[in-house]
Design a protein around this ligand. Structure first.
Ligand code: ARG
Length: 594
């Protein structure tokens, strides 16, 4: 066992019970191992092994009638004693209640004072590529892209923390048909654009102008189409125009990423141009393409879907689908990815399922490579309609962030924090609240559901919100600080003193903290980040319960410290350390004072 890190309780229990079950029922191949966290009632222990019921069903199917309770007892009889288990109990129709051993909990938690909060041990380090954010050049980056950015970044942070090699890819839309009209318009409006940089800082307006001409003027439309073709064959002057336009957008996007502290490598659709040419040839040669009214399409093998990928348009151009096929191949063959994750709105689920189906059919993707489409629901305004400004325009993300900052400052002033904090601290708190609440509101909702964007709600300081957690964290951190314990002193203290887990509320908190590895491992399965948010909230509320009934520092009537409970100071520190790691996984920056 690696004793530099906390262990996954789930993994250990799964091991223990699968050994016991195969020993008890050697005739069964692949018996069901069901381990669950017990509910809040302490009567049911901390964890449960619920294998007896499905086992009895298996026997029933083969004509043998055995009571699940007897099977449960047989499992218990075959469990070898293990340091993690305090006692086992048979309950109800055959549940096995597992009570954790405190000594184990103590040992497991104490590792963090010596080695820091480490991730659970990885079976294998993977090459993971996360394709997220991915706005479209010259178009506004909207709240959907913000969701992708926040969720994608957090997935990256989690996988990086777990020790995987993560490539953060921004698959920007920089090669579509919109460039035809943009370039043609640039050509007309600023003929000397290649010598003198054109004033297209307001790309939105420029986009609108081009679009209008495109829709109204047949001749312009033709030239626009011709321009895309020339761009896609890398005509220097068209490429120059394209670069100019991309640069403007890129700078806009970067402002958002900088403010939210998001790292991304830009690798847009254009990157795949020559690879698209190559893959179309391959697919053609492999007999995968079908003619369809002048287009070339490919059908996925997944059943039930009747939408093909459009691989070549009737004018010979490539599409979003083509670039995704080429990108997938590049990721498998060149990046040697073991796992590819796409983060986009749920509306693209069919696109990705078809893509994966086609890729498997053409042998670009094998069983060994994991692919996930991480979809998410739409962002709604407080009126439950699509998120828009009052005048009905799409909300500019920079404006949204600014409003967050303003509201965060109002909130702090409401509490008169500007009187207590230094200007520097105030600014840090403001940013922590503003960006934290936007990220947290997004991540704490099940990503599969739509969610209502409401500053009022996210800035509440009660309930499962960023503000609540940020305050909880500063409070916990201040306990040790008020007793004059620096991080170094805590480390020293941990060498001579143990975390206190004797009191019922201490042990309850200790068990919640011990679940840290399991929460992370669970997210690697379903890629749903609300689990970690719920966990952070549970840590905070359990901490409050503990703090309400257990003193850490005792003061006399004049406020002087008379007694410090060292074991509890350590428990509070362990809580802060784990909470801090959770914050960093969801991309939030807690502050020590606010
Ligand atoms: N640019 C696309 C959009 O705005 C998202 C791209 C997602 N990534 C991908 N490989 N298709 O909808």
């Amino acid at each position: 066992v690696d004793n530099t890190r906390m262990q996954s309780i789930n993994d250990i229990l799964t091991d223990i019970f699968s050994t016991a079950i195969s020993r008890a029922f050697p005739d069964l191949t692949d018996p069901p191992i069901v381990i669950a966290l017990s509910g809040s009632n302490p009567k049911f222990g901390d964890y449960q092994c619920n294998s007896a019921m499905p086992l009895s069903n298996i026997y029933k199917q083969s004509g043998k009638k055995v009571a699940p309770r007897d099977l449960g007892q047989k499992i218990i009889d075959n469990v070898e004693s293990h340091e993690i288990i305090e006692k086992l109990e048979l309950a109800g129709p055959g549940f096995i209640n597992v009570y954790l051993n405190k000594q184990f909990g103590l040992k497991n938690l104490s590792t963090i004072f010596v080695h820091g909060v480490n991730p659970p041990q990885l079976p294998r380090k993977l090459n993971v590529l996360v394709d997220f954010s991915s706005p479209n050049i010259a178009k506004e980056m909207h709240v959907g892209h913000l969701r992708s950015t926040i969720i994608g970044d957090s997935i990256c942070r989690l996988l990086e923390f777990l020790g995987h090699d993560v490539l953060r890819i921004n698959h920007v839309g920089d090669w579509g048909t919109q460039f035809g009209m943009l370039i043609a318009h640039l050509h007309d409006k600023y003929p000397d654009f290649h010598e003198k940089s054109p004033p297209i800082g307001d790309l939105q307006a420029f986009y609108k102008e081009s679009k209008q001409r495109f829709d109204e003027d047949e001749d312009f439309k033709k030239r626009a189409y011709a321009s895309v073709v020339k761009l896609q064959s890398f005509y220097p002057i068209y490429k120059k125009a394209w670069e100019l336009i991309c640069d403007v957008s890129r700078k806009e996007f970067q402002r958002i990423y900088d403010r939210l502290d998001i790292k991304l490598i830009e690798r847009g659709e254009s990157f795949y141009q020559t690879r698209m040419e190559a893959i179309v040839k391959d697919l053609q040669a492999g007999g995968y393409l079908e003619e369809d009214e002048g287009r070339k399409v490919m059908w996925g093998s997944q059943g039930g879907q009747n939408i093909p990928l459009t691989v070549v348009k009737s004018d010979g151009g490539f599409t979003y689908d083509t670039s995704d096929l080429a990108a997938l191949k590049q990721r498998v063959d060149e990046e040697k990815c073991d796992w590819i994750i796409y983060v986009t709105d749920a509306g693209q689920a069919t696109h990705f399922n078809t893509l994966f189906g086609c890729a498997r059919k053409a042998g670009l993707l094998t069983e060994k490579i994991r692919v996930d489409h991480v979809g998410f629901g739409v962002v709604l305004g407080e009126d439950k309609k699509k998120f828009k400004t009052r005048s009905g325009d799409t909300v500019r993300l920079l404006d949204l962030l600014d409003e967050g900052l303003k509201r965060a400052l109002d909130k702090l002033k409401e509490k008169e924090r500007e009187k207590v904090l230094t200007p520097e601290e105030l600014k840090q708190a403001q940013e922590a609240i503003a960006y934290g609440c936007i990220k947290y509101a997004d991540l704490s909702h099940n990503r599969n559901h739509e969610y209502v964007f409401s500053f009022d709600k996210m800035l509440e300081d009660k309930g499962n919100t960023a503000v609540y957690l940020l305050y909880a964290y500063t409070r916990i951190r201040s306990i040790a600080r008020n007793a004059n314990f620096t991080p170094e002193k805590i480390k020293e203290l941990a060498k001579t003193c143990q975390i206190s887990l004797d009191h019922e509320k201490e042990w309850k908190l200790g068990k919640v903290l011990s679940r840290f590895p399991d929460v992370l491992l669970k997210i690697t399965k379903d890629l749903c980040l609300h689990h970690i948010c719920e966990y952070m909230y549970e840590i905070s509320t359990t901490f409050t319960e503990f703090y309400d009934s257990c003193y850490c520092i005792e003061r006399d009537s004049s406020g002087d410290v008379v007694k410090v409970n060292h074991g509890r100071i350590l428990l509070a520190e362990a809580t802060a350390m784990i909470l801090e790691k959770c914050f960093s996984i969801i991309g939030m920056k807690p502050v020590s004072r606010m």
